[in-house]
Design a binder for this molecule. Structure first.
Ligand code: ADP
Length: 160
C-alpha cells in the first residue's frame, strides 16, 4: 500500500489546500494529512479547531486521514510508513523554500521523495495568511475556504 503525507499548518484550510488534498488522494492508496502541532508562528486556530475545519471538508474522501504531528517530518513519515511527501506550489516564491526543505529532508531520509503539485490557477493567490487577514478585518472569506469549513470557521469565530 502506498501512503503519501501532505504536511502543513492548515491555519485554516483553504480551497487551495483542499485541491491539493483531492489530487494527492488520487496518487496514493492513502493520503495522510499531517497537521503541524507547533507551527512556528502562533496559530489563529488551535490544533483541535484546525482539525475540525479540515474534517468538515474531507468527508467525501475515503482514503484521507488527518494526523497531528510535531518534530521532524522525516520521523513522521517513518511513523506513518510513508516515503512520499506531497506539497503544493503556488509561485516561484514558494519554490525556493520548498526546494530547500525537500533537499534537507532527503539528506535526512534518502529513500524519500517530495512530489510538487502545481496549484490550480484559480487558487494561486489563496493562502491561510490572506484568509486570516480578511477574517481579522471582518471581510468575506466564503470564496476562499471550502463551504463545509466555512460553517465551522464561523461557529468558532462567532461569524464576526
Ligand atoms: P506551511 O506552514 O507548511 O507552509 P501551509 O498550511 O501554509 O503550510 O501549506 C501547506 C502546503 O500547501 C504547502 O506546500 C503550500 O505550498 C501548499 N499550499 C498552500 N496554499 C496553496 C494553494 N492556494 N494552492 C496550492 N498549494 C497551496
Amino acid at each position: 500500500m502506498t501512503t503519501c503525507v501532505y504536511p502543513g499548518s492548515f491555519d485554516p484550510l483553504t480551497k487551495g489546500h483542499l485541491d491539493i488534498i483531492e489530487r494527492g488522494a488520487k496518487l496514493a492508496d492513502q493520503l495522510v494529512v499531517g497537521i503541524l502541532v507547533n507551527a512556528n508562528k502562533q496559530p489563529m486556530f488551535t490544533l483541535e479547531e484546525r482539525m475540525r475545519i479540515m474534517r468538515a471538508a474531507i468527508s467525501h474522501l475515503s482514503n484521507v486521514k488527518i494526523v497531528p504531528f510535531d518534530g521532524l517530518l522525516v520521523d513522521f513519515l517513518k511513523e506513518q510508513g510513508a516515503k512520499t511527501v506531497v506539497r503544493g506550489l503556488r509561485a516561484v516564491s514558494d519554490f525556493e523554500y520548498e526546494l530547500q526543505m525537500a533537499q534537507a529532508n532527503r539528506d535526512l531520509y534518502p529513500e524519500m521523495e517530495t512530489i510538487f503539485l502545481v496549484t490550480n490557477v484559480q487558487y494561486s493567490f489563496i493562502s491561510s495568511s490572506v484568509v486570516k487577514d480578511i477574517l481579522r478585518h471582518g471581510g468575506d472569506i466564503s470564496h476562499l475556504v471550502p463551504r463545509a469549513s466555512l460553517e465551522v470557521i464561523e461557529s468558532i469565530t462567532g461569524g464576526k
